[in-house]
Design a protein. Structure first.
Length: 255
């Protein structure tokens, strides 16, 4: 049984003291595929080092995270393009719009999002979307860009059932992580109305640890807690959840 974490920042400084032990905990539990999103150019070398240390398990994305779309965003986008020209990646991500931290950068976030969607289409890659307090703004751009060549994952989905159906209509899988275990997470109330073929598992480590670790550092082994919660919600075995969500991730990332 392969268990897949479709979104984990394994190169984060939060793991500098115990990265190998953290990875081994996940591997021991059967979590053997890790899809790793980019943030900005300052993390590129640490991403490559991680991949070289775990070549059979780690799959890298390339992109500019919306919270890192700053004054130098054009230089950062040029870096993304340069890396894409050098080697292969499994996705463009994580990209999108974040209006929680800084609404003033919305215009350049929109520009960077559109630009990276078009890069994904050019390279025939999926996109992995970061959406925080920005569903309307994200959907507006997806509506402009929709088509058979637009597909990917709506990472850390926290919206309503209506927003879930809308995201799915744009060929997006829903990334389900620790939020599904929260008492106030809300998505657990309707998730069983969404076919499992539309879901993938994720942690977003080191962020958003599931219950019973909420508030602590997240790690990829905790995707098991997400898996168990989905097994409860859907009333099927953890093995079936793992098989379906892994197959869904394979379809998206072409692994």
């Amino acid at each position: 049984m392969i268990i897949t974490d479709t979104h984990t920042h394994l190169y984060s400084e939060a793991f500098d003291e115990d990265r190998d032990a953290m990875m081994q905990r996940a591997l021991d539990l059967g979590v053997s595929r890790f899809f790793v999103p980019a943030i900005d150019s300052t993390y590129t070398e640490s991403m490559y080092k991680l991949e070289s240390n775990y070549p059979e398990n780690v799959h890298l994305m390339m992109g500019l995270h919306p919270t890192h779309v700053k004054e130098n965003y054009k230089e950062e986008l040029a870096h993304v393009e340069e890396e894409l020209s050098k080697r292969s990646f499994v996705a463009i991500g994580e990209i999108g719009i974040d209006l929680y931290w800084d609404k003033s950068t919305l215009p350049i976030q929109q520009e960077a999002f559109r630009h990276q969607i078009r890069l994904a289409k050019k390279h025939k890659l999926p996109i992995v979307i970061h959406c925080r307090e920005s569903f309307d703004e994200i959907f507006e751009i997806l509506e402009e860009e929709k088509g058979e060549d637009l597909f990917g994952i709506f990472h850390c989905f926290t919206g309503t059932i209506e927003q879930a159906h809308k995201a799915i209509s744009y060929n997006m899988k829903l990334g389900i992580g620790g939020v599904v275990t929260f008492k106030n997470g809300k998505i657990d109330k309707f998730l069983d109305q969404i076919d499992l073929k539309h879901l993938v598992l994720e942690t977003d480590s080191p962020y958003l640890a599931p219950v019973p670790y909420r508030g602590k550092r997240n790690e990829s082994s905790y995707v098991i807690n997400v898996l168990e919660k989905l097994s409860y919600i859907y009333g099927v075995s953890t093995k079936e959840i793992a098989e379906i969500t892994t197959a869904n991730s394979e379809a998206v990332f072409n692994i």
